[in-house]
Structure formats: C-alpha cells, structure tokens
Write a protein that binds this ligand. Structure first.
Ligand code: PAF
Length: 273
C-alpha cells in the first residue's frame, strides 16, 4: 500500500492511470462500516484509494474537532489488510489555505435536520468532498447510508455541478444489538451506549407500525419519541427521496431519520421504508 500526503503528488501519481478507481473518503478511526465501503470499492474497481482527513471546516465552534478519535497506526493496518492500494493522508494545510474558495450547501436541504442544529456543517462537508474528488478523480466514490443527509447532498452536488463520478451508497453496518457503527461510538460509556440502543429500537418501532399498515407520520413519530425518552432528541422525521416531509409513509419512497444525543454524543440513524 502506498501512502501519500501531498494532493499534487497523488494527482500526478494517478494521472497516467487508465484503471477504474474506487474512492472511500473517511475521517479515520476506521471500523467495520468503513471496511464494508472498502470491500465494495475493491469488488467494483481496479484501484482503491482511501483518504483519512479530519476535515476542520465541517466542525462548528465548540464541537469535537480537537478530540476526534485518531487511530493512525491501526487505520494504516486496517487499510493495508483490506487491500487498499493508496492511502491519502493529508494535513490540514495540504488541503486548505487561508483565503479559500468554498462551496455553499443548498439553503433549504443543507439547513434542515442535522444542518439545522449544525449550520454550515454541510458547506464544510461539500467543500472537502469536492476537493477530495478533484484530487482523486475516482470512477466511483463510496459513502455510508447512515449519513443519509450527507449522501443526499453529495449526490445533489454531483448532479448540479455536472461532475462525472458515480456516488455509491452502502448499507449501515450495525453491532449485533442494533447500534449503528460510528467512529463517535468510542465516546459512549457503558450507560450511554445502553441508552443509545433506543435509537435503533425506535426505528424498529417505526417499521413494525408500518408493517401493521399504520402510515400516519405524526402517530409513528410520537411512538418513536416515547421509545427514545429520555434521550435528547434533535429530530425524528419521515421524508421522501427528495427529503421533503411526508404526512403519510409512502412505502418504497420514505426514509425515517433520527438524531439524538446520548451522554454528550450525537448519534444518527435511519432506515428506508
Ligand atoms: O462521513 C465522513 O466521514 C465525512 O463527513 C467525509 C465524507 C469523509 C467528509 O469529511
């Protein structure tokens, strides 16, 4: 596995490449969820590039940028073991200068749900993803479905800016008790982790109600909020593919999304209905 930190060196290295490239952008602290992205990228492409970059512009003032989990050596081993060809490991000043051209997340879709409680977060995500895609020029890029709003916005960016990469969403990987894998799960103590299970439990409540043909969004969301109690709920929403609110679940065209805080850790989860 080749490790490169300089964006121009990576671009130069890939310039003559005629092979298909699968790209997995990450912020490190890799887990089984990332490995499933890497595996899918390996199945579908001749070369796999993984980036590890804790992107400062997607963290708001007071968020966990300074304590975001860093597992450099373990991450390198995971990538090498998983058959990654190139690990891109830049520093902040390899990616950003002091006077930057930036992308602005869309005013509506970028400022609802997670974007409402973290205004500007998605502008930072889109800016860095755009930079990374321009550096790697992949055939396909792989993202986890757990971050449903993030994927939705990245797909919108690719479409609206006429970019030629294919964005591939990959199913959420869960612990055996239902907890969706996330690098931030490391922050959870035993009690908070137990409480966090209410998030996937609330999604089960939703899918059971839908299977009994209860389709009214308010009724479903009320039951989910009861299951989530006493977690601090940031949102529970039922939306269509275009991320518009639905009064009634439309089977095959609906997603239910939850964000809640357990202890001090924000956790996201969702399922398609
Ligand atoms: O999902 C993540 O890990 C990050 O938001 C991403 C896509 C790597 C951009 O920093």
């Amino acid at each position: 596995m080749k490790i490169i930190s300089n964006p121009l060196e990576l671009k130069e290295y890939l310039k003559e490449n005629k092979k298909t490239v699968g790209f997995v952008p990450t912020m490190g602290a890799l887990h089984e969820g990332h490995i499933s992205l890497i595996n899918r990228a390996s199945e579908e492409n001749e070369i796999v590039v993984v980036s590890i970059f804790v992107n400062p512009t997607q963290f708001l003032e007071g968020e966990d940028l300074d304590k975001y989990p860093s597992r450099e050596e373990a991450d390198k081993k995971i990538c090498s073991f998983a058959g990654v060809d190139i690990l891109f490991f830049p520093n902040a000043d390899d990616i950003y200068t002091s006077d930057e051209v930036t992308l602005q997340a869309p005013n509506v879709r970028g400022y609802v749900l997670e974007g409402l409680s973290r205004p500007g977060h998605f502008s930072g995500v889109l800016t860095v993803v755009m930079k990374l895609l321009n550096i790697v020029s992949p055939t396909r890029a792989y993202f986890g479905k757990k971050d449903a709003q993030q994927i939705n916005l990245i797909m919108l960016m690719v479409k609206q800016l006429f970019m030629s990469v294919e964005i591939v969403p990959i199913d959420t990987v869960r612990e055996s008790d239902g907890l969706a894998l996330s690098s931030r799960n490391i922050y959870l103590n035993k009690y908070d982790r137990e409480e966090a299970l209410k998030i996937s439990a609330s999604l089960h409540v939703c899918s059971r109600m839908v299977s009994r043909n209860i389709l009214d969004s308010c009724e479903i969301i009320d039951s989910m909020r009861e299951t989530l109690y006493p977690l601090e709920v940031i949102y529970v929403e039922i939306l269509n593919r275009d991320f518009e609110k639905l009064e009634q679940v439309e089977i095959g065209n609906s997603i239910v999304l939850v964000e809640a805080i357990s202890g001090e850790t924000r956790l996201l989860d969702n399922i398609w209905l």
